[in-house]
Design a protein around this ligand. Structure first.
Ligand code: COA
Length: 419
């Protein structure tokens, strides 16, 4: 494991200005609301218009981060945006964000695309850049920004949403010091979810994507577990290695996925400890105890995801924000496990230790205030916004300090307004 303390110093969140209640959506679709709330685990779903594209969301999160931290932009050396909602085949979202904030010219700026995994790839690239010494004291901005969009009336419809999370990555990891060199990764070329160029809606084989997610989780966890045991971050014995993690955070395309993931991870861990598949009796015992264990190790990380919906690359980091908002003080000094999954697929299970200043850092993100200032819309309004052409944003003034996409000029260049 790297001797350097590197990780997330601070984070900020940008949320779309509007949301729809999933109960309203279920009623409009003639579906039992319990399917969306209990079956998928959601409450609300963020609603965007084309003015809140991935650039605007990313720029808004970066603006919030710079304001909350007072970070000197001159100390930044890298801006990486993880997104699968890119707006141009050549010009990255990061380039727009760099320009909108007038960031220093002596910086690397780039996007990383691998479905919902891109933000984690950016975080690892930034952390390892700093740990290697190449950063020479500079910090990185890593932004996870996405709009999750599936076909109206399709099975993916209640699992849409959108958000951006900006991470300040440095050698002062007040929020989370990463265990560099310990993570486990798993990759495979599959078609569980994809979005051919030019399409606005993802194509997805939903149930297959759940299967792929779980398979990737098992493989990535095995990699992390082996290295964590070798480096004595966790120890063999009656307490499972995964139980030695204070909390487990998962990529959350819909909240119920975290429950499926947790159950699968425990089964993998129990079978590795036993050296054999679990008997039917052991599985039944495990299943009976699952809800209580889930509530303790995962439950407090899901409330923010339940109110935003899917945010692709940002979902895992919304879970981190939600967890720290609820439990940062109690978790200071304790180790978390985080699982990132991007369809296609690439995944990584990594860990980190919550910093002593995490409570103050997350308070500065003002999550409750962000949620409180959103506007609830009905299903008719959600559908109207959904149907707007991608290059035809609503004429709506950006809030002070925020950005909106306003249209495309005659040369095909995207335009943004600042509030
Ligand atoms: N009350 C309570 N629960 C209900 C219910 C009701 N009336 N009706 C259904 N449910 C439950 C189901 O039992 C199921 O739970 P389970 O998975 O624990 O068995 C859950 O609600 C979903 O129902 P299901 O019939 O499987 O939903 P679906 O076929 O419409 O699609 C997804 C669900 C997730 C596959 C779909 O929303 C999708 O494709 N989403 C996008 C892809 C995605 O998010 N993939 C995740 C990995 S990246």
């Amino acid at each position: 494991m790297s001797k350097h303390r590197v990780g997330i110093e601070a984070l900020a969140v940008a949320l779309p200005e509007r949301y729809v209640e999933l109960e309203d959506l279920a009623k409009a679709r003639g579906v039992d609301p319990a399917k969306y709330t209990t079956g998928l685990g959601g409450k609300q779903m963020a609603v965007t218009d084309p003015g809140e594209d991935s650039v605007a969301l990313a720029a808004n999160a970066v603006g919030a981060l710079l304001r909350a931290t007072g970070q000197d932009p001159g100390q930044l050396g890298m801006l990486a945006v993880g997104t699968e909602s890119g707006v141009d085949h050549a010009k990255p979202v990061a380039s727009y964000v760099h320009g909108l904030h007038g960031l220093p010219r002596a910086m690397r700026t780039f996007d990383i695309q691998h479905a919902c995994y891109g933000g984690t790839a950016g975080l690892m690239a930034a952390a390892e850049w700093i740990a290697s010494g190449a950063a020479a004291g500079r910090k990185a901005l890593v932004v996870c920004a996405d709009v999750a969009r599936y076909e109206l009336l399709g099975p993916g419809e209640p699992t849409q949403g959108g958000a951006a999370v900006a991470l300040l990555v440095s050698d002062t990891p007040d929020l989370l010091a990463l265990d560099l060199g310990i993570s486990g990764a798993a990759t495979q070329h599959v078609h569980d979810f994809w979005r051919p160029s030019g399409r606005r809606e993802a194509l997805v084989d939903g149930h297959y994507s759940v299967k792929c997610y779980l398979e990737a989780l098992g493989e990535a966890y095995r990699g992390w577990r082996q290295r964590a045991l070798e480096r004595e971050l966790v120890r063999p014995g009656p307490t499972l290695p995964s139980e030695q993690l204070a909390r487990l955070l998962f990529h959350v395309p819909f909240c119920k996925m975290a429950k499926k993931a947790y159950a699968h991870l425990r089964q993998v861990d129990l079978e590795l400890a036993a050296g054999a598949p679990l008997s039917a009796e052991a599985l039944a015992k495990e299943s009976a105890a699952l809800e209580a264990k889930l509530a303790g190790q995962v439950g407090s990380s899901l409330w923010l995801n339940a109110r935003v919906g899917n945010a692709y690359t940002a979902s895992l980091y919304l879970a981190l924000a939600g967890l720290l908002e609820t439990e940062a003080s109690a978790l200071a000094g304790q180790r978390l496990g985080l699982f990132s999954y991007g369809s296609g697929y690439c995944s990584e299970l990594f860990s980190g230790v919550v910093g002593e200043r995490a409570a103050a850092r997350i308070a500065a993100a003002g999550l409750e205030e962000l949620l409180a200032r959103r506007e609830r819309v009905d299903v008719a309004e959600y559908e109207r916004l959904y149907r707007l052409a991608a290059d035809a944003p609503e004429a709506r003034a950006p809030r002070p300090g925020m950005f909106r996409f306003t249209g495309i000029d005659s040369e095909g260049r995207r335009q943004y307004a600042a509030g």
